[in-house]
Ligand binder design. Structure first.
Ligand code: DX5
Ligand code: ZN
Length: 255
């Protein structure tokens, strides 16, 4: 059915922009890759609004995952917005493939594209949202000049490459810094998110929480896992006070 009538990208992005913040985005990295279509269906039933796709090249990170042809097949089976995290050394070289595969948000790393404006513009010209990611050791200053150009940022709270690592709380200073400069920006955090760290991340200003092992540790009960994470996230929002600086639903991202 969806293969014949896929939702257009612009509609998928409208849906993504409309998700009340803070929200949880499941990362498929720990799903059952033998039955991804069923996993996507289960996530939809559980109330997820988007999925995070981790693309690894064995070069920028010491692990391999999947690439554009695999994502293109998943796109035939779901209308989820694809939040696509490119942990690859040459994102510009493969960008067109990911756009054609049906990705919606294209996240690339400042560590491999230190002059990112041209790539940000290419991504946006293709109708996608562009996001910059930075690893735990990379300073906020590396992305600060580009906060007006991007649709979102992704603050890594573990070194990228593997699920199931421990959250590095020191990166929350970068979340606070970005929030102070652009209060409406969608700030995503990725790595080691569980209910307690979700609270801390949202209190610092994160609006999107990527979670892999915390969702897929409960096979068959993703709704419960998502609910626990959402509770943790909302505790963080209460901690910020729900005032103007809180990453609320009303704050639209660019586009
Ligand atoms: C790690 C990936 C993450 C990963 C998160 O390199 O970028 O998206 O799936 O997994 P957890 O939530 O288990 O830390
Ligand atoms: Zn990721």
């Amino acid at each position: 059915m969806r293969e014949e009538h896929p939702r257009p990208r612009a509609e998928r992005l409208d849906l993504l922009n409309a998700i009340p913040r803070p929200f949880i985005t499941p990362s498929l990295l720990n799903c059952d890759f033998a039955r991804v279509a069923e996993e996507l269906e289960a996530l939809e039933q559980a109330g997820a609004h988007a999925v995070h796709l981790d693309v690894m090249d064995g070069h920028f990170v010491p692990n391999l995952s999947y690439g554009a042809p695999v994502i293109a097949d998943w796109r035939k089976r779901t209308d989820f917005p694809f939040d696509t995290h490119l942990m690859i050394s040459e994102p510009g070289r493969y960008l067109d493939d990911f756009v054609a595969a049906g990705c919606d948000v294209i996240i690339f790393h400042i560590e491999v594209v230190p002059e990112p404006l041209a790539l940000i513009e290419r991504i946006q010209a293709a109708g996608c949202q562009a996001a910059l990611a930075l690893n735990p050791p990379t300073p906020f200053a590396a992305i600060a000049p580009y906060l007006d150009a991007v649709d979102a940022i992704l603050v890594m709270s573990v070194m990228p490459g593997f699920g199931g690592q421990t959250f590095e709380a020191s990166v929350l200073d970068k979340v606070r810094a970005a929030r102070a400069v652009r209060p409406d920006l969608r700030i995503s955090i990725d790595g080691g998110i569980k209910p307690t760290t979700a609270t801390a991340a949202v209190a610092a200003g994160a609006g999107q929480l990527v979670a892999g092992s915390a969702v897929f540790r409960k096979p068959g009960n993703y709704a419960a896992a998502l609910a626990e994470l959402a509770e943790g996230a909302h505790r963080g929002r209460a901690r910020v006070g729900g005032g103007d600086s809180a990453p609320t639903a009303e704050a639209p991202s660019r586009e």
